[in-house]
Design a protein around this ligand. Structure first.
Ligand SMILES: [Ca+2]
Ligand SMILES: [Ca+2]
Length: 613
């Protein structure tokens, strides 16, 4: 009797543990999605020996697919258009026994999610690295089961920043005048080191507990929306951290792009667009691993492809996201990325995704922004790209004197190449980001050049993005290590010496940069001509570059003087854009111009003039 009881307890424990270990992804779904198909990936020991059974009106099991590894099952489902939200159990039967159960949820799709608008030219994006921005909850700095512990003295370690730290500073973003946050990945990175940056994801469906929970991310989005701030999620389709549960238990061998030895990408994105590319170079670019700790995902495996597409849709719907930044865009198969984009736009026709295509020249960037005129017939369907060529031009232009094709001509010439783009206004322009030298450092810590750059990025065509801490002149060189361009925001940690989130905590120079940025971006927020207006640019002359942003709502004249000396500029040359206007007012200095004959510019300065009568 006693031994039977023990056996019963043992069996119950075994059954209970297998129940708790079954993993089903996506973990939930929605009624009312346009695509009626859903593929569940199920993982548990020897799960392929079971038969999944459920009964739910409007949900049909079309097929169950067994793969190489018996620890996986893929279940193909079809959802009726009128399926109702609700819960049901998926039971995994072996013979007559149910050996595992998973409680599945069908939620009601948000009625307006099909109308999600993404981000656009009215937005200014602020990029922040969550581990380095603010530590709102020191109790989650170290979490049991997570391999890397916080160590703020290690530039490459985790410092403890989290979602609460972002929520706590929503008013700060409003004060700067930014309207959207791009947050580096918040999903679990259970890696022994370098886990802070977030690009070695080890669970595509779970926020890293050192940042918070999935509900915290949801809460961040809704609180941000209340303040008029959009949230852009950073996603990674190309690679996943080797700490992923599947790394030692792959569903099939071609889940990853596998190599006989440790083979890295050659990081040469051109191999995907070069008509002369050698096969070997292409293979290394697309199938090589980004890092030995970041496994290259094979999106030509149909199950992997579905996994990533469904995961993207899941987060958009779960969070009510406003947009996506897709990492390492050109490292994944480009046909897959086009399909991924099409699937997003199928559910959310007005959505926006900005792809990281880190390339030096406009024709290369133009290839990736959805373009009907690519001669090889490729259409990316990608709605936005970053303007790396323009950033490189700015970095040089303000630090050199004018020549035939140097100085301000660099900016002018990059912009002349906009004929290559079907929609140049959809380009995201940026001063700096988490992968390069900080903007103030690139401007040789000259606040005059900093201001010229801020004005340029805020008024040129495209959607501007800035990098956290730029507004308080944070410095750092990539050459010294990534940790030095991703330093903690001063005041983000309890006990910090200075708190640059407040006026009292800023040095006079930080305050000068902060109030300049805040004034500039808050003005931009309400000026339709600078957001949506046509760009007309004039050839730089005598180290002065003038352009206009204009539409039926108004006209803005931007003047940049790249010379060390003051310049008195005769405005007659700009007559075609000044027609109909008789006066102007400087946005930043509030200086009025009672006539539009001549304007004097200080050395190394920029002026925004709103035109009027
Ligand atoms: Ca924390
Ligand atoms: Ca790849």
């Amino acid at each position: 009797m006693k031994s039977r009881l023990i056996l019963f307890i043992i069996l119950t424990v075994i059954s209970y543990s297998s129940r708790s270990q079954v993993r089903v992804e996506p973990p939930s779904w929605w009624a009312g999605m346009k695509c009626q198909k859903l593929q569940l990936m199920v993982h548990a020991e020897n799960i392929s020996e079971t038969k999944p059974v459920f009964n739910y009106p409007g949900l049909t099991m079309e097929s169950v697919v067994h793969v190489e590894n018996p620890n996986y099952l893929f279940i193909n489902l079809k959802l009726a258009t009128d399926i109702k939200p609700g819960n049901f159990n998926i039971e995994f039967e072996k013979g007559k026994r149910v050996i595992a159960t998973y409680s599945y949820e069908i939620n009601q799709r948000k009625t307006d999610s099909v109308l999600f608008q993404g981000f656009d030219n009215s937005d200014v994006i602020y990029l922040l690295m969550p581990d380095r921005f603010a530590n709102g909850d020191p109790s989650n700095d170290d979490v049991e089961g997570m391999l890397e512990k916080a160590n703020r003295s290690n530039p490459s370690g985790r410092h403890g920043g989290d979602i609460k730290g972002i929520v706590d500073h929503l008013d700060y973003f409003v004060e700067i005048g930014v309207t959207a946050l791009w947050i580096n990945p918040l999903l679990e990175n259970n890696m022994p080191e370098y886990s802070y940056h977030g690009y070695a994801i080890t669970d595509y469906y779970k926020v890293d507990p050192r940042f918070g929970t999935n509900q915290d991310y949801q809460n961040l989005v809704s609180k941000a929306h209340e303040k008029g701030i959009k949230i852009i999620m950073d996603m990674v389709a190309n690679h996943a951290g080797t700490g992923y549960y599947w790394h030692d238990d792959l569903p099939m061998q071609d889940w990853y792009n596998q190599w006989p030895d440790d083979t890295r990408s050659n990081f040469r994105g051109t191999a995907q667009i070069d008509p002369h590319a050698a096969g070997k170079d292409y293979d290394k670019m697309v199938k090589g691993w980004f890092d030995s700790t970041m496994a290259d995902l094979n999106q030509h495996n149909e199950f992997m492809a579905r996994f990533i597409i469904q995961n993207t849709i899941w987060w958009i719907e779960y969070l009510g996201l406003d947009g996506i930044r897709q990492d390492t865009y050109q490292y994944a198969y480009k046909d897959f990325m086009a399909e991924w984009m099409k699937r997003i736009l199928y559910e959310y026709p007005d959505y926006n995704v900005v792809g990281e295509v880190w390339l030096n020249y406009p024709p290369m960037t133009a290839y990736w922004l959805d373009n009907e005129s690519n001669l090889d017939g490729y259409r990316s369907h990608l709605t936005n790209v970053f303007d790396f060529p323009l950033t490189y031009a700015v970095d040089k232009a303000f630090n050199e004197s004018e020549g035939w094709d140097t100085g301000l001509f660099r900016l002018y010439e990059i912009l002349t190449q906009d004929y290559l783009y079907s929609n140049p206004q959809d380009i995201v322009v940026f001063s700096d980001n988490h992968d390069g030298d900080r903007f103030y450092t690139k401007m040789n810590e000259d606040i005059r050049k900093f201001k010229m750059g801020m004005i340029f990025y805020a008024t040129i065509r495209g959607i501007p993005h800035f990098y956290y801490g730029g507004e308080i002149l944070m410095t750092g060189r990539e050459h010294d290590g990534h940790g030095y361009i991703r330093e903690d925001f001063p005041g983000g940690w309890p006990g910090d010496e200075a708190n640059a989130f407040t006026k009292d905590g800023r040095t006079p120079q930080q305050q000068e940069a902060f109030s300049f940025t805040s004034r500039l971006l808050n003005w931009r927020k309400n000026n339709k001509a600078v957001q949506y207006g046509k760009l007309t640019q004039y050839l730089p002359e005598n180290n002065v570059y003038v352009y206009f942003r204009h539409n039926e709502e108004g006209s803005v004249m931007v003047m940049l003087n790249n010379a060390e000396e003051e310049r008195s500029v005769d405005l007659l040359r700009f007559e075609e854009n000044l027609k109909g206007y008789s006066k102007g007012k400087s946005v930043m200095t509030r200086q009025s111009f009672d006539n539009l004959d001549r304007i004097t510019l200080q050395g190394k300065s920029a002026l925004i003039v709103e035109l009027g009568n």
